[in-house]
Design a protein around this ligand. Structure first.
Ligand code: ADP
Length: 610
């Protein structure tokens, strides 16, 4: 992986970790439940007439028969009315644990006994110990009991029911499950580790998840409601219950037994309808299974890795488009899983993809902006350099042009003519050297030019450079000194290029030093290498500047302000020359104290002197 790759991977890992923490927070879990509710409404089970029918103790019924305290009379009437119609099963969700009017209770007991496939409610209560509150014994002679708890989630919404509930040393199946069993003529529910089997139906309710089953709610109105009043007053209404499973319970607005469901939108659903909905889920067999945490965390990790790859290997709009596609995929995955009957917690992958997209995208954007800025700065520096080079060339060219014109136009004395020819010669040589050196080093870097290999006496080259630079130094009242060096030590390399490199170091030292200072050049042998150094007492540089001075066209702020001419290419060329010689360059510098540039070059075998 490239340098930035690890940083991207670390950033993606941090984003994924933050995303998982957010997904596990109360907010993340609530959002997960909202997504679940949305998907549940988006993908209702296949439409076909419902088997369950709610026989409703609604407002008109209660108005006719009195308050909630007097439900037994209409219940008796309803049972008498529907029994004749032959429903497949009857489930009653009305509390029958206490004594009421003896005559009425006897009549109810008879009606219950005459109802085939009857399920009555049983409630776990704390009084003070946890125990089952069953209907009075005279009511349960022919009935089975089912629990009527719906165990809502922490947000008060009922999404699942425990098909088996234990307490007070006993366990009861859910009311709707018992109704299903009786309606299908099955004697016994068979338990395995992961399922409950009712006849041929296999229900995915594992022991691990406490036999919880998600209710696949049908949209509003899908389960028919028949008011008890209608049933009693018009026996023909009971015909609508033929072959159906009747759920009897209170449906009045604001009644005690109501819960929110994914379809609620502020209006709670009567408990009896929740039982009927659970029955429909069992009857339709379109179950929702929980994927577990492994797949959702795995998907989050895969998304983080893919997002890293996108922003690492792609650039610009391609990276953004690929990242955005992954973001869409993360949002689509829970929906696709849901369609296939799996509940995949949405938040870990979705938040991971969002965080990674934002984090890596921002990093990508900032890096691109930085690169753009540095390219712009490089271009500016390049333009300055071109300006300088053309300026440098123009001076000798003007001198040559002027002199040759004078010589052509006027009859000059021999002495004057000689002087001008000398000037033209010197300036054209300077120009040629300048061009040659630029081209030479560029071609050297491109591998198009072979270095000469010969033993070059280092001290001699250094002394020649100091001599050439002396007029410049004198103008600035700077002393130049060659430290005691062994004159026999030779570098194995190309004299002309080495001279260029040394001369550059010496002239830089002069340019970037104040008057009255001293520059010391030296050659020192260390093992198989010769160390050619130039030390000044000049402006110096900080470490950040030192790192950049070998970049082409880079000049420190101090150098730019010094008024000394320069293009910022000298050191880039010096470095290229040294590298081509198989050597290296070292810089030590301190602001306002001075700098030492050292060329570490291969030493020619002793005594070799050509
Ligand atoms: P320039 O043409 O600007 O001298 P160079 O490539 O030779 O270009 O040097 C690059 C920059 O390195 C200089 O502009 C200057 O800022 C810095 N530099 C080089 N030598 C010295 C030195 N001896 N002391 C301080 N700064 C130096």
């Amino acid at each position: 992986m490239r340098g930035g790759g690890w940083k991207s991977a670390a950033l993606a890992a941090a984003c994924a970790a933050a995303a998982v923490i957010v997904s596990w927070s109360a907010l993340g879990q609530q959002l997960d439940l909202q997504v679940y509710d949305f998907l549940l409404r988006l993908h209702p089970p296949r439409t076909r007439p419902a088997e369950a029918v709610v026989v409703a103790f609604d407002e008109p019924t209660l108005r006719l028969y009195g308050s909630m305290a007097h439900l037994r009379k209409p219940l008796t009437g309803a049972l008498e009315a529907l029994t004749g119609a032959g429903p497949k099963a009857v489930a009653v969700d009305i509390q029958l644990a206490d004594r009421y009017d003896a005559g009425q209770d006897a009549r109810l007991a008879r009606a219950l006994e005459a109802t085939p496939n009857l399920v009555l409610p049983s409630n776990l209560v704390e009084s003070p110990r946890l125990e089952w509150e069953d209907p009075r014994p005279e009511f349960t002679r022919k009935a089975v009991l089912g629990h009527v708890h719906s165990d809502p989630d922490p947000d008060g919404v009922s999404r699942q029911v425990l098909l088996a509930k234990a307490g007070g040393g006993r366990r009861r199946w859910a009311l709707a499950l018992e109704a299903y069993r009786l309606a299908h003529g099955v004697d016994r529910i068979v338990e395995t580790e992961d399922t409950l089997e009712v006849g041929t139906a296999v229900i995915p309710a594992s022991r691990r998840e406490a036999r919880a089953l998600r209710i696949r709610y049908l949209p509003k109105g899908a389960i028919e409601r028949i008011p008890v009043k209608d049933l009693i007053e018009n026996r023909a209404a009971a015909d609508r219950l033929r072959g159906k499973v009747a759920f009897l319970g209170v449906t009045v607005q604001g009644g005690p037994d109501r819960l929110m469901t994914p379809y609620s939108a502020g209006e709670a659903m009567p408990g009896v309808e929740i039982h009927a909905q659970l029955y429909e889920t069992l009857a339709r067999g379109e179950f929702l299974r929980f994927t577990g945490l492994g797949p959702t965390l795995g998907l989050a990790l895969v998304l983080a890795a893919a997002m890293t790859a996108c922003f690492h290997w792609l650039a610009g709009w391609r990276a953004a488009a690929a990242g955005f596609s992954l973001l869409l995929a993360a949002h689509a995955a829970p929906a696709a899983a849901f369609r296939a009957g799996w509940v995949l917690p949405a938040m870990p992958p979705v938040i991971t993809a969002q965080f990674c997209f934002l984090g890596l995208g921002a990093r990508h954007y900032l890096a691109t902006r930085k690169r753009l800025r540095s390219a712009e700065a490089q271009r500016d520096r390049y333009q300055q350099a071109v300006h300088y080079v053309t300026h440098e060339m123009r001076t000798p060219l003007t001198a040559i042009q002027g002199s040759s014109e004078l010589m052509g136009r006027y009859a000059l004395s021999d002495e004057k003519r000689k002087e001008m020819a000398g000037l033209i010669h010197r300036e054209s040589r300077r120009l040629a050297r300048m061009i040659e050196m630029f081209l030479g080093v560029e071609r050297l870097a491109a591998g198009q030019l072979e270095l000469k290999r010969e033993a070059v006496p280092a001290a001699e080259v250094l002394a020649a450079c100091l001599d050439r630079a002396r007029p410049l130094a004198e103008r600035k009242q700077i002393r130049l000194r060659l430290a005691e060096s062994d004159g026999n030590e030779c570098v194995w390399g190309d004299r002309e290029f080495l001279e260029y490199a040394c001369y550059n170091l010496v002239t830089n030292a002069i340019k970037y030093s104040p008057a009255g200072t001293e520059i010391v050049a030296a050659v020192e042998r260390r093992g198989d290498a010769l160390r050619v150094s130039v030390q000044d007492q000049g402006y110096g540089m900080d470490q950040h500047e030192v790192k950049r001075i070998f970049e082409k066209f880079y000049r420190t702020r101090r150098a730019q302000q010094s008024g000394e001419a320069g293009a910022g290419i000298g050191l880039a060329l010096v470095e290229e020359i040294v590298v081509q010689h198989g050597g290296s360059i070292e810089v030590e510098s301190q602001v306002n104290r001075g700098s030492r540039f050292t060329l570490v070059l291969p030493r020619a075998a002793s005594g070799v002197r050509v």
